[in-house]
Design a protein around this ligand. Structure first.
Ligand code: DLL
Length: 456
């Protein structure tokens, strides 16, 4: 499948060491599962997978029906590889079971409900028992430690609060792990900059594009972003590239690390990148079993090859998911920060963001990588799709950096367009616009503006 995005390379452009801080690595303070050897981990996963399949089959009519229809039964799982005999779960299945049809526990055992917004139709609803919340909190605690945090640190939490799992998920986990949380949520950007300046937090949690918006706001308030108290940025909830990492690290003087998750599987903290290795998120495999499949045939593909990420929850009580298709494209890589647990590459893209321009598959992250090679261009861009005739056309609208001037921008646009053609293979028009003219992110940014009549 078409992609040019490479795995994250180890990078520490700030070169800042944090004596006495940081991920404990192979040392003290790890959860026992983080330090397990491969055999022990596989045995735990098999035991948990069996129990999950059994519970799903007994308690959720949807799973009983789908296993029966596929001619499988939980007793057929003798080894982990047998999971491939079980059917996938799709987002549409969760929608069809709206609101509580995927719940394995009675209403009275639920401690919380989240839901994904979903741009069309009904939201997907997920539930958590008190035990699920505790497990999630533990994974957030682990993830923050992996990012270089430690109890006592203050977290400025700019993920949105509400039905979205980002804000509340990070909040509960951080609080229970001994951190002090500032629950600012997304939006009110002038106030975000002011509070970071005044409260002096150690860690910021935000989508990478919203963090860019906050960085711009510092400039507007004459605050030097590199002079803030922040040491760590925990960014996720949308695709981002190493170019974006360098931008954020360079502007704020932080370690910027990648946190991955999705509401159907839990929320933030399904996988987390180590600040020491910066080589892609480690999947917390004692709680989630990852697979990569060919998105067209559904066949498993070997580790190291790109395909669609699929997760089976191993411990979830309220809404266990079996072989949930994420639509996220990634590769599974050998463990580094936690040797027995596999890493995932950065998400190359999700099928919802796939643009097919004159037969060429393009994801926004591929364009982002190219744009970061031009120092005159800011990280603010959007992709506009039009269909003036019979063919789709792509226009890359990108802001110049403040101070880049406006002379020669026409030549630059032609160079950028040529670079995109060469690296991504797609023909695009490039429009370089004035600083501060494109819409800013307050959470997950909508990169693609679809102006094609009658499409979608
Ligand atoms: O975005 C959960 C989350 C919150 C993750 C805060 C990280 C930080 P959903 O709203 O259900 O949940 O969206 C899940 O977002 O399938 C990916 O397409 C995308 N996504 C999440 N994390 C990353 C990441 C939350 N680190 C969907 N890189 C997923 C790329 C990500 N894409």
């Amino acid at each position: 499948m078409a992609t040019t995005t490479s795995a994250a390379q180890p990078a520490n452009p700030t070169g800042r060491a944090h004596p006495g801080r940081g991920d404990a690595g192979a040392g003290a303070g790890l959860d026992p599962a983080e330090a397990m050897g491969l055999d022990e981990l596989r045995a735990l996963q098999l035991e948990r997978m069996r129990a999950t399949l059994q519970r799903a089959y007994e308690a959720i009519p949807f799973y009983r029906k789908s296993f029966d229809a596929a001619g499988t039964h939980p007793s057929e799982l003798r080894e982990l590889a047998d999971l491939s005999r079980f059917p996938f779960t799709r987002k549409s299945d969760l929608r069809d079971q709206y609101p509580f049809g995927m719940f394995a526990v009675p209403r009275e055992r639920l401690a919380r409900i989240h839901a994904s917004s979903g741009t069309t139709g009904k939201p997907t609803v997920v539930g958590y028992t008190a035990g699920d919340i505790e497990a999630w909190a533990g994974l957030i605690g682990r993830s923050l430690r992996m990012a270089g945090g430690q109890p006592g640190d203050m977290i400025h939490n700019a993920y949105g609060y509400g039905l979205f799992t980002g804000g509340q998920g990070v909040h509960t986990g951080a609080e229970r792990s001994g951190y002090c949380v500032v629950p600012i949520s997304g939006g009110q950007t002038p106030r975000q900059a002011q509070l970071i300046n005044d409260f002096r937090p150690d860690i910021i949690t935000a989508t990478p594009t919203y963090l860019l918006t906050i960085i711009d706001e510092f400039a507007r308030q004459d605050i030097d972003p590199a002079g803030t108290s922040l040491r760590i940025a925990v960014c996720g909830a949308e695709p981002w590239t190493d170019g974006m990492r360098r931008e954020i690290e360079g502007a704020l003087g932080v370690d910027a690390v990648d946190i991955y998750g999705l509401s159907e599987v839990m929320g933030p903290g399904v996988a987390m990148e180590s600040a020491e290795t910066k080589d892609g998120p480690t999947v917390w495999e004692d709680h989630f079993w990852p697979e990569i499949i060919d998105p067209f045939t559904g066949d498993p593909v070997p580790d190291g090859e790109e395909g669609e990420l699929v997760f089976t929850s191993l411990t979830k009580e309220a809404t266990p998911v079996i072989r949930y298709r994420t639509h996220d494209l990634a590769r599974l890589l050998p463990g580094t920060a936690r040797p027995a647990m596999r890493r995932m590459s950065r998400i190359t893209g999700r099928s919802d963001d796939l643009m097919i321009i004159r037969g060429v598959n393009v994801y926004p992250a591929q364009i982002e990588e190219v744009l970061f090679e031009f120092p005159e261009l800011s990280p603010h861009f959007q992709l506009v799709l039009t269909r003036p005739g019979r063919m789709d056309e792509l226009t890359v609208e990108v802001e110049s950096r403040p101070g880049a001037g406006s002379t020669g921008l026409g030549d630059l646009a032609a160079l950028v367009s040529a670079a995109i053609k060469e690296r991504v293979g797609v023909t695009s028009a490039v429009a370089i616009v004035e600083p501060d003219t494109l819409v800013r992110s307050v959470g997950k940014l909508k990169r693609i503006i679809d102006r094609r009549e009658g499409v979608r």
